[in-house]
Ligand binder design. Structure first.
Ligand SMILES: NC(=O)c1ccc[n+]([C@@H]2O[C@H](COP(=O)([O-])OP(=O)(O)OC[C@H]3O[C@@H](n4cnc5c(N)ncnc54)[C@H](O)[C@@H]3O)[C@@H](O)[C@H]2O)c1
Length: 252
């Protein structure tokens, strides 16, 4: 399939995990990927591996200046952007009792504000020619776990931003769709950090698996397939929705 021929796709969090894999798949399907990340070394390395149709651009996506700089960098290509995929995120454990004010705000900045800014960038870039925005939420947005209070809240916010942007674009007659994905535990560096930090890493992986009715964690490709569906014209009549890729968590 070459669903991304002539398409220009901006991907935040493109240095690692599902953002990096999305960039790879977009290029494999004929598109150009612009990856944004704060991790310059990895971001550049991943872009080099993918090839010359993947460009890495340094951006702290919580900072509006980064999005303005990206607009300048793209120049004539700004209005040719066809998809914006907001994948940057962090997940660090804290319950209601041990969460700190600073960490709470940091989580919302990276998981929430960055999505707001990415959507704002996407609407500005695509309002004349149309396109698609895909935001990374989480199964925890609707099926929260007590050990990640800030994460749960930030990912629930992503669902709200997604629906609001979708409705605004439809109301304005822009041909921009906005959807999200809600992955369960997926085998990426983000999940690996939890496993590495556990006293018994094998047990931690088994515990993650056991929270899913299908009794396993997910593969990044399983999520990226849903992201590509939403980012491409295959989902032309889908907006304001969320696809769960969570081994059945949504059904619990
Ligand atoms: N892995 C999972 O189990 C899982 C489950 C549900 C949802 N998600 C969500 O999927 C998305 C991708 O996660 P992943 O598992 O691939 O994680 P990852 O840690 O592999 O990648 C996240 C990337 O975001 C980047 N990033 C963080 N802060 C940034 C900032 N301020 N500016 C620019 N880039 C920044 C990181 O440098 C990193 O490259 C995240 O939004 C995450 O919350 C992940």
């Amino acid at each position: 399939m070459q669903r991304f021929n002539e398409k220009l796709v901006v991907i935040s969090g493109g240095a690692s995990g599902m953002g990096a894999l999305t960039a790879k798949r977009v290029v494999e399907e004929g598109g150009t990927a612009i990856t944004l990340d704060i991790n310059d070394t990895l971001g550049q390395e991943v872009a080099n591996e993918i090839g010359n149709k993947c460009e890495f651009f340094h951006a702290d996506v919580t900072n509006p200046d980064s999005w303005n700089d990206l607009e300048k960098y793209l120049g004539d290509r700004f209005n040719k952007v066809t998809s914006v995929i907001n994948a940057a995120g962090i997940s660090e454990p804290a319950t209601i009792e041990d969460e700190t004010f600073d960490h709470w705000n940091r989580t919302h900045s990276i998981n929430g504000t960055s999505v707001f800014l990415g959507c704002q960038f996407g609407v500005k870039a695509m309002k004349d020619s149309g396109g698609s925005i895909v935001n990374f939420s989480s199964s925890l947005a609707t099926r929260p776990k007590p050990f990640v209070i800030a994460y749960n809240y930030s990912k629930a916010g992503v669902l709200a931003i997604t629906r609001t942007v979708a409705l605004h674009c439809a109301e304005m007659g822009y041909k921009i769709r906005c959807n999200s994905v809600q992955p369960g535990a997926i085998n990426t560096p983000m999940m690996q950090r939890y496993i590495d930090a556990a006293e018994d890493p094998k047990q931690q992986l088994a515990d993650f698996a056991a929270t899913h009715p299908m009794n396993r964690v997910g593969d990044p490709d399983e999520v990226v397939k849903a992201v590509l569906f939403l980012a491409s014209d295959d989902s032309a009549f889908t907006t304001g929705d969320s696809i769960s890729v969570d081994g059945g968590v949504i059904a619990i």
